[in-house]
Write a new protein. Sequence first.
Length: 253
Amino acid sequence: MRRPIFAANWKMHKTLSEAAAFTQEFLPLVAPREGVDIVLCPPFTALGAVAWSVAGSRVALGAQNMYRETHGAFTGEVSPVMLADIGCRYVILGHSERRQYFGERDDLINQKVKAAFAHGLTPILCVGETLAEREEGRTEAVCRSQALACTEGLSAEQAATLVIAYEPVWAIGTGRNCAAADAQATVALIRSLLAGRFGESAAASLRIQYGGSVKPGNTAEYMALPDVDGALVGGASLEAVSFAAICQAGAVR
Ligand code: PGA
């Protein structure tokens, strides 16, 4: 059985003191929970503080982005080596906001995914269609092309440990979450595509999250879907009580 994984994507939120206050409140709320992986992805400036707070707990640290190179003249960028060194185990890559506002394309995201694996980080690779693409009936085509382009060149062993987040862009931060049946259909499609490339065994192991307006009240609905293995949570992960309730709802499967 795949172990559910819940990741908090704080985006550009929380100062050091706010991050510390969150972890202090959050850790006791999730301490007894077994059976799910929990990842906090703060902004770069709070990674060190959160790493220190979660050390020895069952909560893991992740980053929201990175560059593909290990070091060099890349002003403003952060490398996979630096993330691993500070204690990250995961890194979100290809988030729709990176694609939309920072021009990231599939080939760069693919290079980042490979660099993450090369340095012992597990990518949380985001794919998903925009509203216009959905309305044009292109959801499958878009998810297919993103999932295949961004995983090109991985080994079956790497693919088996990959985390993918299916996030319909129109559902992110809008309160308009994707119907469960639609999420299942797209997630199942992504899994079958990756089975074609990496084999059934790898595809059966890799975890696929749903993301987009996940809240405590709708988590159970997604977790009841056979191919959904957790959630990538933005807005509802900013409050400790709310993100803990989401992790708890996911622990019942
Ligand atoms: P949301 O964001 O939960 O606020 O919709 C999800 C995401 O962007 O990962």
